[in-house]
Design a protein around this ligand. Structure first.
Ligand SMILES: Nc1ncnc2c1ncn2[C@@H]1O[C@H](COP(=O)(O)OP(=O)(O)O)[C@@H](O)[C@H]1O
Ligand SMILES: [Mg+2]
Length: 369
């Protein structure tokens, strides 16, 4: 998506691995609930398939029943439908992360930190299957303190092990017994937490874990909440979320300092801590953070949806909000360095023109309802 040398390097080594057809296995094939052949050849008509999940551009996803239990089977597509490199390598990438997590889960000192990460029964790149236990529940809809806390605790322990998730969309966040479960690792990459901001190294300072969660899910949730329950309720929940995230970033800062991280990484983390601490001190301050971060997330999400030509009525609402803010609050945005990815070089009129065009494109790329 945002080509940079670090992600280009990762892509190259993954492509080489794919071409070499070297096997990558996680777990033990004998732990599978059904013979591997049957799982490799499963389709929606197989007797043990109880549900075929929608979506799945890189894999077919099935809920299966065997040995008195439910399991999730992810099966690599012969032809992956996402035509960019990250899409092409996402199945392999998911197996690589499952390898990381199985190693961490087995570590007696650390294992419990990864309890919100799905277990892998067995995964094989050459056989093209990944099998996990089936988690009852469903995608995240509402938020509560416990869910956000458990998510960010998990993120903390992922990050200090050098694992960074890009896509916290609701379809990738399951809630099982009021606990978050992470289970889709197609866009979860390695990074060096002492040197890099994220898997793009230092070249894309826009991405950090709170931003990823907020851009892919939380600001959409708050935007809907503003409509359903009013701005005051949205602000109340935003304040709670910021408090939780602030705590996690402070803990991360302590870890970075203790492990002698590069100063730039320490400053990067401190920057958010300072911003949120100030924001949480007054209603006015919080309004300001809300305005800045919602603007950022709307821009990122709109860019994403246009890139994938996958727009919805929410994309249009975001485009609308971006334009309104550009018209009425440009000076505030400029003063607070709210522009990025080239927008920082544009003046107000040019920005309005750009986002008017983007709004038209979002109209053109509406997915069928
Ligand atoms: N272990 C699981 N338990 C329950 N549901 C799952 C599990 N794994 C995947 N799913 C469901 O299948 C959907 C698609 O799976 P996911 O791993 O996100 O694949 P994709 O690459 O298609 O995004 C998820 O949104 C979720 O609803
Ligand atoms: Mg997914």
């Amino acid at each position: 998506m945002y080509e940079t040398s670090k992600s280009a390097q990762r892509q190259q080594s993954q492509l080489r691995l794919l071409q070499s057809q070297q096997e990558l296995e996680v777990g033990n094939i004998h732990d599978l609930p059904l013979p591997a052949d049957e799982l490799m050849n499963a389709n929606e008509h197989s007797s043990f398939v109880v549900q075929t999940l929608k979506g799945g551009l890189t894999a077919y996803v099935y809920k299966i029943q065997a040995q008195g239990k439910y399991w999730c089977l992810k099966q690599k597509r012969d032809e992956i439908l996402v035509k960019n490199i990250d899409g092409q390598t996402s199945f392999l990438n998911e197996i690589q992360r499952r390898q990381d997590f199985e190693r961490l889960k087995k570590d007696s000192a650390k294992g419990h930190h990864y309890r919100n990460i799905i277990d892998t029964i067995y995964a094989s790149n050459n056989r093209g299957i990944i099998v996990s236990p089936w988690m009852e529940g469903g995608h995240i809809q509402k938020n509560n303190r416990h869910l956000i806390e458990s998510l960010f605790e998990t993120i903390y322990y992922m990050e200090i092990e050098g694992i960074f998730e890009l896509d916290y969309c609701p379809g990738n966040l399951l809630v099982n017994n009021n606990d978050i479960v992470l289970f889709d690792f197609g866009y979860m990459y390695r990074f060096d937490p002492l040197v890099d901001y994220n898997p793009d190294g230092k070249s894309n300072p826009v991405f950090h874990s709170a931003e990823r969660y907020e851009s892919r899910f939380y600001f959409q949730y708050l935007m809907d909440l503003e409509e359903e329950a009013g701005k005051a309720q949205a602000m109340k929940e935003f304040e709670e979320e910021k408090g939780i995230v602030l705590k996690m970033y402070k803990k991360k800062l302590g870890w970075l300092q203790a492990h002698r991280a590069e100063q730039a990484v320490i400053d990067f983390t401190k920057h958010f801590i300072d911003l949120w601490e100030l924001g949480l001190r007054s209603a006015e301050g919080l309004e300001k953070v809300y305005a800045l971060e919602s603007f950022r997330s709307y821009v990122i999400d709109l860019t994403d949806d246009l890139h994938g030509q996958s727009c919805t009525p929410s994309t249009l609402k975001k485009a609308d909000k971006i334009l309104t803010t550009l018209h009425t609050n440009y000076d505030f945005l400029k003063e607070n360095q709210a522009f990025f990815w080239g927008d920082e070089t544009l003046e107000q009129a040019a920005l309005i023109e750009k986002y008017t065009q983007n709004q038209a494109l979002a109209q053109q790329y509406q997915l069928p309802a």
